[in-house]
Ligand binder design. Structure first.
Ligand code: CAO
Length: 549
C-alpha cells in the first residue's frame, strides 16, 4: 500500500516553529484529526493533526526540529483507503489548522495619544470560539504597553496570548480566570498613557483580518508570528507553567497544579510524563501539592474533612469541669503535621523482637567506669547506632527512600535519633555514623541532645537521616509502634531492657533482654526482610564482635 506524506498545513503567520512534542510513534494507528505533534513559537503552541486516518510508518521530524507550512511530518499508510486515491490527499494536507488570528494591534498602533478610556477587545482569533481564559497576566492599576500580553486563552488544541491593542493604565479588567471569551468581547478598559500610542476604537483592535483561509476544522492557531517578543513573566512577576494545551487539559482533568511542576522538556516545558510522575508521587506520598501541605496542619489538628472523614468533634469541655487552654508549641505543631502525614500515607507494619545485651551492657558499664575521669559516657544508643549501620549495609533497601516508582538507595549512613525535649520531639542526626566510633557517637549524641533541649538545633542538625532510632529505654515500656520518619522507610523503636530467665539448654540463666520494635514501610520492605533485619540487629547487639565481620 502506498505511503502518504502528512505535511504541516497552512499555519498562517507562523514562520518557522519548533517541534516540542511528538504525540505518536511508528506503528501507531491514528485517526483523522488526531494530534501528531505540538509546535511552539515564543507566544503560542499548537497541535498539528493528521489529515487522514492510518498507520504511522515513518516519522520525518524529531524534537527540536523547525517546521513550517509544507514540512513533512510523517508517512502514513492510509486506513482502508484505496491506495490510488490516497496520494492526492497526501500532497494537499487537510487545511485543518489554517486560521491565523490577527493579534490585537497588527494594524499598527495608532499614533494618536489618548488620555481617555480605551476599550481592549478580543481580536479576530480565527476559528477560536468560546475559548477559556486560563491565565491573566495583569490586574487593575497595571501599566501596559502596546502588544503586552493580557491573558492567555485556550481551546482543546491550542493556546494563545491576547495582547493589548493600546498602551495605558488598566482601569478595569473585564475578564477573570475561567471566563469564556469570543471575538469582540471586552477585555479591559485602559486609561491611555500620556504620549503612548493608543488605539481608540475597538474596531482597531480587530482590524487585521485573518491571514489564511479558515477551514471548517475546529482547530485554531495562535498568533505567534505576528506578536512581538515579550516576556509575559515580567507582567505577572512569576514564572508561568510552560505546557502544551493537551498537557494543560490533562493536568486540569487530574487536578494537577501545573505551576508546582518542573518541566523536563525543552526549555523547561512540562510534558505529559511530568504530569503523570507528579501524580504518582503525590499518590505514593512522596510529595505533596501546596494545597495538601497547607491542609496538613489542619488535618494534624483533627480536621477530618481534609481526609474526607467526619469533622473532629467539637466539645464544650467546660460543661464537664474546669479547663485551661494552651497553645501547642511550634515543635509540636510541625512534628504533629509530619507524624500525621507519615502515619496516614505510609503502610506501616511493626515487628517486635528481643535481643540479649547482657555482655554488651557489662562491657559498656566497664568502659564507663574506666573512662570516668575522661567524662565520656558511652551509651547503649550509640552501640545501637553502630548496629543499625551494619544492618543497613547488609539490607540496603532499609537505607532507601521511595521516589515515585523508584527506590533511591543511599550510600551514606546518617542515623537520626528521637530526642524528647520540653517543647516536643525532635530528631537530630548523627552524620556518617559508619565512619565514627561508639565513643565519638556518644559524645555527638550528648551534644545534639543538649542542643535539642536548649532549642538550638538548626535544620542541618536534623536533616539527611537514612534511618531513625527512637529509644524509650531510659524511661520504660515493653514495645511500641514508632512512626516512620518519611522519607525514610524504617525506624527502630527500643524500650527498657530487663533481666529475664532464658533457657540455655541446661538451666534458666538471667539475661538482659532489650525489646526492639521495628516499623517498616510495606511498599518497600517485606515482612521476611524485616524479621531478618531485626534478627541480625539482635545478633550484633548480643555479640558486638560480629560487627567486624
Ligand atoms: N534499657 C534500660 N535502660 C536504658 C536503656 C535501655 N534500653 N537505654 C538507656 N537506659 C538507661 C541508661 O543506662 C541511663 O541510665 P543511668 O543514668 O543509670 O546510666 C538512662 O537510661 C539514660 O540513658 P542515656 O543517658 O544513655 O540516654 P539515652 O541514650 O537512652 O537517651 C535520648 C538519650 C536523647 C534518646 C533520650 O534522652 C530521649 O530523649 N529519649 C526519648 C526519645 C523519645 O521520646 N522517643 C519516642 C519517640 S516516639 O514518640
Amino acid at each position: 500500500m502506498a505511503l502518504i506524506e502528512v505535511k504541516v498545513p497552512d499555519i498562517g503567520d507562523f514562520d518557522e516553529v519548533t517541534v516540542i512534542e511528538l504525540m505518536v510513534k511508528v506503528g501507531d494507528t491514528v485517526k483523522a484529526e488526531q494530534s501528531l505533534i505540538t509546535v511552539e513559537s515564543d507566544k503560542a503552541s499548537m497541535e498539528i493533526p493528521s489529515s487522514m486516518a492510518g498507520v504511522v510508518k515513518e516519522l520525518k521530524v524529531k524534537l527540536g526540529d523547525k517546521v513550517k507550512e509544507g514540512s513533512v511530518v510523517l508517512m502514513i499508510e492510509a486506513a482502508g483507503a484505496a491506495a490510488s486515491a490516497a496520494p492526492a490527499a497526501a500532497s494537499t494536507p487537510a487545511p485543518v489548522q489554517a486560521t491565523v488570528p490577527a493579534p490585537a494591534s497588527v494594524a499598527g498602533p495608532s499614533s494618536v495619544a489618548s488620555a481617555g478610556p480605551v476599550e481592549v477587545r478580543v481580536p479576530d482569533i480565527g476559528d477560536f470560539k468560546d475559548v477559556a481564559v486560563i491565565e491573566v497576566f495583569v490586574k487593575a492599576g497595571d501599566t501596559v504597553k502596546v502588544e503586552q500580553s493580557l491573558i492567555t486563552v485556550e481551546s482543546d488544541k491550542a493556546s494563545m496570548e491576547i495582547p493589548s491593542s493600546a498602551a495605558g493604565v488598566i482601569k478595569e479588567l473585564k475578564v477573570k480566570l475561567g471566563d469564556v471569551v469570543n471575538i469582540g468581547d471586552l477585555l479591559a478598559i485602559l486609561q491611555g498613557a500620556e504620549g503612548a500610542p493608543a488605539v481608540a476604537a475597538p474596531a482597531a483592535s480587530v482590524a487585521a483580518p485573518a491571514v489564511a483561509a479558515s477551514s471548517a476544522a475546529p482547530i485554531a492557531v495562535a498568533s505567534a508570528g505576528a506578536v512581538p517578543a515579550h516576556n509575559p513573566t515580567a507582567a505577572v512577576g512569576a514564572v508561568l507553567p510552560h505546557a502544551s494545551p493537551s498537557v494543560r487539559k490533562f493536568a486540569r482533568e487530574l487536578g494537577v497544579p501545573l505551576e508546582e511542576l518542573k518541566g523536563s522538556g525543552p526549555k523547561g516545558r512540562i510534558t505529559q510524563d511530568d504530569v503523570q510522575s507528579f501524580t504518582k508521587a503525590v499518590m505514593s506520598g512522596a510529595t505533596q501539592t501546596k494545597a495538601q501541605a497547607a491542609n496538613a496542619p489542619k488535618a494534624a489538628a483533627g480536621g477530618g474533612e481534609a481526609l474526607g472523614l467526619l469533622p473532629w468533634p467539637k466539645v464544650d469541655f467546660t460543661k464537664f469541669g474546669a479547663v485551661e487552654r494552651k497553645d501547642l508549641s511550634r515543635i509540636k505543631k510541625i512534628s504533629g503535621a509530619n507524624l500525621h502525614r507519615n502515619w496516614v500515607l505510609i503502610p506501616h507494619v511493626t515487628n517486635h523482637d528481643d535481643c540479649d545485651i547482657t555482655e554488651l551492657e557489662a562491657f559498656r558499664v566497664q568502659m564507663n567506669k574506666e573512662n570516668e575521669k575522661s567524662g565520656v559516657k558511652v551509651t547503649m544508643l550509640a552501640f545501637m547506632i553502630k548496629a543499625a549501620v551494619a544492618a543497613l549495609k547488609k539490607f540496603p533497601e532499609f537505607n532507601s527512600s521511595l521516589d515515585g516508582d523508584q527506590l533511591v538507595l543511599k550510600q551514606y549512613f546518617h542515623i537520626g535519633f528521637a530526642a524528647d525535649t520540653p517543647n516536643g520531639l525532635v530528631v537530630p542526626v548523627i552524620k556518617d555514623a559508619d565512619k565514627k566510633g561508639v565513643a565519638q557517637i556518644s559524645t555527638e549524641m550528648g551534644e545534639l541532645a543538649k542542643k535539642a533541649r536548649d532549642g538550638k538545633l538548626g535544620p542541618a542538625d536534623m536533616s539527611g537521616a537514612c534511618f531513625t532510632i527512637s529509644s524509650l529505654g531510659g524511661i520504660g515500656g515493653r514495645y511500641f509502634t514508632p512512626i516512620i520518619n518519611a522519607p525514610e522507610v524504617a525506624i527502630m523503636g527500643v524500650c527498657k531492657s530487663q533481666i529475664e530467665p532464658k533457657w540455655d539448654g541446661k538451666a534458666f540463666v538471667p539475661k538482659l533482654m532489650l525489646p526492639l520494635s521495628l516499623s517498616w514501610d510495606h511498599r518497600v520492605i517485606d515482612g521476611a526482610a524485616a524479621a531478618r533485619f531485626n534478627a541480625y540487629f539482635g545478633q550484633l547487639m548480643t555479640d558486638f564482635r560480629r560487627i567486624l565481620l
